[in-house]
Design a protein around this ligand. Structure first.
Ligand SMILES: [Zn+2]
Length: 358
């Protein structure tokens, strides 16, 4: 039965008691026909007290991998021993999701630049306000799942402002190899929630328009590890990813961009280690008479690469971060052991360590 200290989760017009799970369709706007625009929300309130954690996906409507992570946590995991509350929102940007587009179709607004939102403002900010006020503000921490933009792909990595100790704890707890530290653009869910006092990270993984099982599985491992770190699921352990780099302001990171228009032959996959001077890709004209080689400006990791092989000058080709020598050695050792050249697979079970040895 419910522990004496467990609290009900309340939102505008609703209450979820300790030990109760509710599936809600919550209205955040209205269509041209006056019908409600409703986001699916599952609230799992544990019988025992603990932190309130939100999991969200598809703030960009065509970024699908996280949807399945959030749904499996909400509906396939056993939460009998849950200490705290999970607020699961698999599809934030419902109009974009229906159109299979990144942005809200209304004036092409980016929902993920509209938080925390505002009543009486634009349609995007009103939607963001409904989401933020009811389901983000009451939480203690949050995980927001994204993928690369259409036409590109990312290795799994975490983004968050690690200069904030609470965000740093959360980012590390997810157990990714790569953490890119920045405060993030204003209006993003992770920045605005973190500024509000709800430490939040973004998880980037894979491509838009796909369910990619290896990423979904790694995302689920990350959620398990976070819930272990905060004592929400006490039977799980926090994961150590085998090697880790935190890309802060002192480390090199860059988007390599095309200087010529053309067709791109990419020579490396996402997650590849490349050395300074390596040719990452070649851009050719239609007659293959002219080619432009793009070289790595420093030694590092290809966090994201182009998938759709066409570019105008200025289009991004790949996203690269610096890797220091000792991290490179750890990466090579780890990938040789797991027979996983690009690090897409989940780390082996021996990487699970008790918290005191991390
Ligand atoms: Zn996104």
């Amino acid at each position: 039965m419910a522990g004496s200290d467990a609290e009900a989760f309340t939102y505008n017009g609703g209450i979820v008691e300790p030990g109760e799970t509710q599936n809600i369709r919550y209205g955040i706007s209205e269509t041209y026909l006056g019908d409600p625009v409703r986001i699916p929300v599952t609230i799992v309130n544990g019988a025992e007290p603990g932190p309130t954690v939100f999991l969200s996906a598809a703030a960009h409507g065509d970024e699908l991998n996280g949807i399945e992570v959030v749904r499996e946590v909400a509906h396939e995991w056993n939460h009998d021993d849950l200490c705290g509350t999970l607020v699961c929102m698999p599809v934030l940007n419902v109009p974009g999701f229906l159109a299979q587009e990144r942005y809200l179709p209304i004036y092409d607004r980016d929902l993920n630049r509209s938080f925390p939102g505002r009543a009486g403002s634009t349609s995007a900010k009103r939607m963001a306000h409904q989401i933020f006020r009811n389901f983000i503000a009451p939480c203690d921490l949050g995980l927001d799942f994204h993928t690369s933009t259409r036409g590109r792909t990312n290795m799994l990595h975490v983004r968050g402002d690690t200069s904030d100790p609470e965000v740093s704890r959360l980012a590390k707890a997810f157990g990714s190899n790569v953490i890119i530290s920045s405060s993030g653009p204003s209006g993003t869910l992770r920045r605005e929630a973190s500024d509000y006092g709800v430490p939040t990270i973004t998880i980037e993984m894979g491509e838009a328009h796909r369910f990619q099982r290896q990423f979904i599985d790694r995302g689920l491992e990350g959620v398990k590890s976070v819930l272990a770190e905060y004592g929400v699921h006490r039977t799980n352990a926090v994961r150590w990813p085998g090697w880790r780099t935190i890309i802060d302001e002192d480390m090199e990171k860059t988007w390599l961009r095309a200087d010529t228009g053309g067709l791109v032959e990419m020579h490396y996959d996402r997650g590849s280690l490349v050395y300074e001077g390596d040719t990452i890709c070649t851009i050719t004209n239609p007659f293959k008479t002219d080619s432009d080689s793009v070289e790595a400006p420093f030694t590092g990791l290809l966090v994201g690469v182009l998938e759709n092989p066409v570019v105008y000058p200025g289009n991004p080709l790949c996203h690269m971060v610096e890797l220091e020598a000792d991290t490179r050695r750890a990466l090579k050792r780890d990938r040789a052991q797991s027979d996983d050249p690009n690090g897409d697979a989940a780390p082996p079970p021996e990487h699970t360590l008790p918290p005191e040895s991390r």
